[in-house]
Write a protein that binds this ligand. Sequence first.
Ligand SMILES: NC(=O)c1ccc[n+]([C@@H]2O[C@H](COP(=O)([O-])OP(=O)(O)OC[C@H]3O[C@@H](n4cnc5c(N)ncnc54)[C@H](OP(=O)(O)O)[C@@H]3O)[C@@H](O)[C@H]2O)c1
Length: 258
Amino acid sequence: MEKLSGKRVLVFGGTSGIGLGVARGVLEAGCQDLTISSSNPEKLASAASRLQSSHENARITTSVCDLQNPNTLDRNVENLFLSLNPAGQKFDHVVYAAGDPVKLPPFLEQTVQSMLDAGTVRFFGALIVAKHAHKHMHITAKSSITFTGGINSSLPLQGWTLHGAYFAALEGAMKSLALEFRPLRVNLVSPGPVLTEAWENVPPEIRKPLEDRMLSRCATGAMAMVAEVAEAYVYLMGNSNATGSVVVTDGGVTIMGF
Ligand SMILES: NC(=O)c1ccc[n+]([C@@H]2O[C@H](COP(=O)([O-])OP(=O)(O)OC[C@H]3O[C@@H](n4cnc5c(N)ncnc54)[C@H](OP(=O)(O)O)[C@@H]3O)[C@@H](O)[C@H]2O)c1
């Protein structure tokens, strides 16, 4: 059954990794009207052309929106929604999968500013998107906002204190927003390790031992593929009974422990 047929969907972070996987999953679930957003026009054009080549009949729109600068975040997101909906059109589903390159300065060197910077895209960006999305969405249980967290919200991983803190905070915020925005649904996908472009930015001395350790901690014996994680988002969009939910898709890392 094509759960997303006739739906209008917007994916933040739709140019690579989980977001691009969600964009593919959304099209495969029947969506014919998809918008992807990121900060980089070249990456957007390339991702849109790849998506279009496998879904010729879909309308695929791109929209540049940089979510990294706290001084322009609110305005950038507001402008994005206004430009995509000039005549008051509405979205059915909004997915937030944007995440800036991972930086892991040692905790003992963190400052208030570096802590705030660590959360601008992953946490504050998600909340600002939800704030503006609400005005531009059908307020019904058939519509949804889906955030992206990570299992280090509850499973400690040395060196990733800020990521863990912001993902835990996002889970809490998601539940309150699900209440505040009802009947519009708000959910969160919490992935374990997934091999995406994001890993390329993790410093090599941290990446290799971490990848080896992650693999050894996957009960399934394999790191997740993006398409597997994307299925969780498509489920949350399509299931009008799911709200305030965290869907964990982690290869069993939670039961094995890091
Ligand atoms: N991969 C994993 O193992 C894993 C596990 C748990 C949680 N997560 C979380 O899932 C999210 C997505 O991760 P991923 O692995 O899919 O990363 P990714 O492949 O690097 O994709 C990140 C996306 O965010 C966009 N982005 C980056 N900086 C941006 C900015 N300043 N403004 C707007 N968009 C921006 C990127 O596009 P542009 O560069 O074009 O802007 C890209 O589309 C992150 O929050 C990550 O922490 C990932």
